[in-house]
Ligand binder design. Structure first.
Ligand SMILES: Cc1ncc(COP(=O)(O)O)c(C=O)c1O
Length: 393
């Protein structure tokens, strides 16, 4: 019999009841160190007092009114994002996949309005992930995600990640945009080297193509900058955001320059819940913390500490781990056994991690994790790896 929850997830036999900062408390009382943060969502950890206060204050005032009206919290968050980034304008969504939908529509509408109606192709890369909507799976193009869901939305050209020659050859006068994650998340924590991101920007400028960055997973302070592309010193034309911006409240956004957004006039797009007062009140509180240079400096310092300890872990367990990679507090451990085995061994040691493609286990702790918690997390990962080595022997 089909379960009452559609069985699209293989769920771990864990049921968390409560969260406190970087800790998750299981219904049976066990305390897990959370190196997953709901897959890079709980940027400020669980039950952060500022987020609770923002949500409670808004909950007592107004939950929802519709985008037919002006929403002051939405305006405030848009102003914060515009003030802190390349963007001139923001549309709020409820998730990363919705941000992908709008980014694709925006790029195509831009060229349509310029009279270049043939210019609809979007170049994307192997190993990428842009969500589970029809546009999201078409953009990623992986067999695993699209199989059985035909007809697949057209207009995407897929290039092998890192194949510069194939990329150059794929650019034609039908190319509308290039869409890429500055750090691949689901694909296995693969940071795009700064040089490549600079090269992509130059290629887009040369051909007048729009550059769309998917910062759904790597944005909002995760890499030690407010947005990951800042490391390369370039700016996109359109950027997808979600996850961390809501700190656990479902919230996403598309940020764009005035030029790239020029086709999106009244009536061309909408969302019932996007930019709702509750989500935006929480988003403002997230931004108050994450956009603070002192907060980002701490993220970088803690990222260095975690990375150094993980290098030691990899060296101590050559049968389990191959390497550490990533940027900031978006780190991956490339594993020798299947990542699910490492994640399960972590559960037994009461530390939560997240599997990814390319045999990688992701470490995406709350950005607020303390030095002591980092040390404890690595002690627990060490115990997990030791247990796994014994099991494999
Ligand atoms: C890079 C990236 N883009 C898009 C998405 C889709 O976001 P959502 O699950 O909120 O729809 C994800 C989710 O993991 C992601 O990592």
């Amino acid at each position: 019999m089909i379960p009452s929850i559609l069985p699209t997830y293989n769920r771990a036999p864990l049921s968390f009841e409560r969260g406190e900062g970087a800790w998750l408390v299981e219904a049976d009382g066990r305390r897990f160190l959370d190196l997953g943060a709901g897959i890079a969502v709980n940027a400020l950890g669980h039950a952060h007092p500022a987020l609770i206060a923002a949500l409670e204050a808004q909950a007592g005032k107004l939950w929802h009114v519709s985008n037919l009206y002006r929403i002051p919290e939405q305006q405030r968050l848009a102003d914060q994002l515009v003030g802190a980034t390349f963007a001139d304008t923001v549309f709020f969504t409820n998730s990363g996949t919705e941000s992908c939908e709008l980014a694709v529509k925006m790029a195509r509408k831009y060229w349509y309005d310029k009279g270049q109606t043939e210019r609809t192709e979007i170049i994307t890369f192997s190993g990428s992930f842009h969500g589970r909507s029809s546009a999201g799976i078409a953009a990623a193009g992986s067999e695993k995600m699209i199989k059985g869901f035909a007809p697949i939305l057209g207009g995407f050209t897929h290039i092998d990640w890192g194949d510069h020659e194939a990329l150059k050859a794929a650019v034609t006068d039908r190319t509308a945009a290039i869409l890429i994650e500055p750090v691949q998340g689901e694909g296995g924590i693969r940071p795009l080297p700064d040089q490549c991101l600079k090269g992509l920007r130059a290629l887009c400028d040369e051909h007048g193509i729009l550059l769309i960055l998917d910062e759904v997973q790597c944005g909002v302070g995760r890499t030690g900058r407010l947005f990951a592309h800042e490391w390369a010193g370039i700016t996109p034309d359109i950027m997808m955001v979600a996850k961390g911006i809501g700190g656990g409240f479902p919230l996403g956004a598309v940020l764009a320059t005035e030029e790239a957004a020029s086709g999106m006039t009244a009536g061309t797009h909408g969302s019932t819940y996007g930019g709702n007062p509750l989500g935006c009140a929480v988003g403002c509180a997230v931004m108050d913390h994450v956009a603070d240079p002192a907060f980002l400096a701490e993220v970088n310092r803690k990222a260095g500490l975690l990375r150094q300890k993980l290098e030691g872990l990899v060296a101590a367990h050559p049968d389990v781990f191959e390497e550490v990679r990533g940027l900031g507090l978006m780190l991956g451990l490339k594993c020798k056994p299947a990542p699910a085995e490492v994640v399960n061994a972590g559960y037994a040691a009461e530390v939560v991690t997240v599997p990814a493609a390319d045999n990688v286990v992701r470490l995406l702790p709350p950005l607020t994790i303390s030095d002591e918690e980092i040390a404890e997390a690595v002690t627990r990962l060490d115990a997990a790896a030791t247990a796994l080595t014994h099991e494999m022997a």
